[in-house]
Design a protein around this ligand. Structure first.
Ligand code: AMP
Length: 248
């Protein structure tokens, strides 16, 4: 009797993962794994807490997409799309894009095929209604958020960090003049995001405390929250802390 080729492949993946959860050898290639594959992760923390930097690295190491609503909005703004025009005013003022618009965009993104094996959400959800909509959306598709990582950094440190943040307008890559300086050859073309200017930073922090911080308790109640101190160490150490607390 012929065996179903997908069953053979699935059995092989399970075997590979049991033998070596760090690396999977398949189709002549070594796929990086972290032992945390398939997780749906939400990154929480104030703007500038470093959750974006960590989310990018986690996504690379786990081989899953990094989904940043801020990046999606900024890309549309740069490209002058209809969505870009709709969100411009909110981004420039440091306020939040309306929940329904944001949730529609995320729901579309999460239905793309690359999200089937987990993802890292960065900057979403940002309000309790968004978190509730996400829970409902995932439940409809038979899933749930596995872990919410709260990168905890006090406001004084945030203000200090954001005022030194610069980004490359061509690639979107982010640097920090104090903690992660850019290579000298690109230093000239870096810009400060409008929303990293001091008055907007204060507004973003106010919005964070009022609207976004209550999500921490939302995920704590669901039993999936992990807190990671994010002010007293560099990005590598924070990354190690996150990896240590992710469910294996
Ligand atoms: P970020 O890069 O995550 O700091 O996002 C930049 C800006 O995009 C925010 O200040 C908001 O104006 C908007 N934004 C990003 N994510 C969301 C979200 N989940 N809900 C509403 N607005 C958002």
């Amino acid at each position: 009797m012929r065996r179903d080729p997908y069953a053979i492949l699935a059995a092989r993946i399970v075997r590979e993962m049991q033998d070596s959860p760090e690396k999977i050898n398949m189709w002549g290639k070594t796929w990086k794994g972290t032992g945390c594959m398939g997780l749906k992760i939400v990154m929480l923390g104030a703007p500038g807490a470093g959750k974006g930097t960590q989310a990018v690295r986690m996504a690379q190491e786990m081989g899953v997409p990094h989904i940043s609503t801020g990046d999606i909005f900024r890309k549309n703004l740069r490209e002058g799309t209809d969505l870009g025009k709709q969100v411009q005013e909110y981004l420039n003022s440091g306020g939040l894009v309306p929940d329904s618009l944001t949730c529609d965009i995320v729901a579309d993104r999460l239905q793309e095929s690359d999200c089937a094996n987990g993802y890292i959400l960065d900057g979403f959800p940002r309000s309790v209604p968004q978190a509730e909509m996400l829970t409902e959306f995932l439940a409809k598709h038979g899933g749930k958020i596995d872990v919410a990582v709260n990168v905890d950094v006090p406001d004084e440190v945030i203000v200090d960090r954001l005022s030194a943040r610069r980004s490359n307008p061509e690639t979107g890559e982010v640097y920090n003049l104090k903690f992660n300086p850019p290579p000298p050859e690109i230093a000239d073309k870096l810009i400060q995001r409008d929303d990293d200017k001091p008055e907007t930073v204060q507004e973003r922090l106010r919005t964070y405390h009022e609207t976004t911080e209550p999500i921490i308790d939302y995920y704590r109640t669901l039993g999936v929250l992990v807190d990671v101190p994010g002010a007293d160490a560099g990005p590598d150490e924070i990354y190690r802390r996150i990896m240590d607390v992710l469910p294996k």
